[in-house]
Design a binder for this molecule. Structure first.
Ligand SMILES: NC(=O)c1ccc[n+]([C@@H]2O[C@H](COP(=O)([O-])OP(=O)(O)OC[C@H]3O[C@@H](n4cnc5c(N)ncnc54)[C@H](O)[C@@H]3O)[C@@H](O)[C@H]2O)c1
Length: 347
């Protein structure tokens, strides 16, 4: 079992390993004595893992209930958010009580926002159950729901007070979702850690999953702690994502986020290489690592289509766009370019 300590606007532990779910009740009694717990989860995860979690709480004499919503990105909306808040009010929860987010990034994002809003803030524990949520969304404090106008448009920064990553829960995760998480893992390797990149490039990541998650969380911790509110360095975490959001949008979200990130990393590193912005040509290494992890390296959309969808994305400020360029595997830089420069460089 590994622990990563985060010192941001809240200090908290991210505990990673097999069966960390067994720590939940003990930790809650130590950290929030007397609190009641509401476990929020989606329909799929609740069916598979809710009983284990609630049984652990009961073992420690903790009063608890659950709120379950329909699984999928479609539920990350203001209506479900307010259903959670109304449920908490009906059941007389107070700000001394605890919300546990049991699920993937959708559950973590909506529950994190509910925890920030209910009575101006109650306690929050993240229990991520997808690889993406373990290496990315459960740490760092970004919470949100989608609006009709776009993804993650209504949200706040709200750090959790504890994150328990139980790697055993990954055994029920369907393969495509696991692969999606691997796209983010490869991203961490490219932006900050050649050793992690080389480990993922060997394929068969399950062998080293605890080590991989711990390394990703440590990289995210370091970046978030130096730029919690996303004004500079935190944008490095968006490597491949600006293009990915465009691909997701053009495909009407038929491209999963992880697949789109994979293709986005290939397009940007190829562009960087062709325009002499990288010290090494890392594009081929990135392609090899993606293929080794069953991720796509191309999409059926033209550069022109991708460019137009990209400039409509929220990461554009004025006439300029911030892009993340790989200098070499393990090191990226932020670069501000005008939209016309970006269009020319994409070719
Ligand atoms: N807050 C952040 O910093 C941040 C970062 C990255 C992504 N996100 C958000 O995360 C979301 C995507 O997260 P996701 O990919 O985890 O999606 P998700 O939460 O929808 O989970 C994917 C699917 O896997 C199922 N599932 C989850 N865990 C399972 C398990 N252990 N066994 C079986 N099935 C399981 C879910 O029911 C769901 O159907 C997006 O909304 C994205 O915007 C947030």
């Amino acid at each position: 079992m590994e622990t990563v300590k985060v010192n941001a606007s809240k200090n908290y532990d991210v505990i990673i390993g097999v069966d960390t779910v067994a720590l939940l009740g003990k930790k809650i009694n130590e950290m929030f004595p007397g609190a009641t717990v509401c476990v929020v989860s989606d329909s799929t995860v609740a069916r598979l893992h809710m009983q284990t979690v609630r049984r652990n709480l009961e073992q420690y004499g903790i009063k608890n209930s659950s709120f379950v919503f329909e699984h999928g990105e479609g539920s990350k909306n203001p209506e479900v958010l307010f259903e959670i808040l109304e449920y908490l009010a009906q059941k007389h929860f107070t700000r001394d009580d605890v919300l546990v987010a049991l699920g993937g990034g959708v559950t973590g994002d909506i529950t994190g926002l509910a925890a920030a809003l209910y009575m101006r803030g109650m306690h929050l524990v993240q229990m991520p159950t997808t690889l993406l949520a373990m290496v990315d969304s459960s740490v760092g404090g970004k919470t949100a729901v989608n609006l009709k106008a776009g993804k993650n448009l209504a949200g706040v920064f709200n750090q959790p007070e504890l994150v328990l990553c139980d790697t055993k829960m990954l055994s029920t995760l369907p393969r495509p979702y696991f692969n999606d998480g691997m796209a983010e893992v490869i991203k961490y390797g490219v932006i900050a850690d050649k050793e992690l990149f080389d480990l993922t490039a060997q394929g068969n990541p399950e062998r080293n999953i605890e080590k991989i998650i711990t390394r990703c969380v440590t990289i995210k911790r370091d970046i978030v702690c130096s730029d919690e509110f996303d004004h500079g360095k935190r944008q490095l975490l968006n490597f491949g994502h600006t293009i990915a959001h465009a691909i997701e949008k053009i495909s009407d979200f038929k491209f999963s986020h992880g697949s789109a990130v994979a293709v986005g990393m290939v397009i940007i590193s190829d562009m960087a290489n062709k325009n002499g912005l990288s010290e090494d040509n890392c594009c081929n290494d990135i392609i090899d690592a993606l293929l080794e992890n069953n991720l796509p390296i191309g999409c059926p959309y033209s550069t022109k289509e991708i460019f137009h969808a990209t400039v409509n994305d929220k990461k554009c400020s004025g006439e300029k766009i911030t892009i993340i360029i790989p200098k070499k595997i393990g090191e990226c830089k932020l670069m501000q370019v005008t939209l016309s420069e970006f269009e020319r460089m994409l070719g």
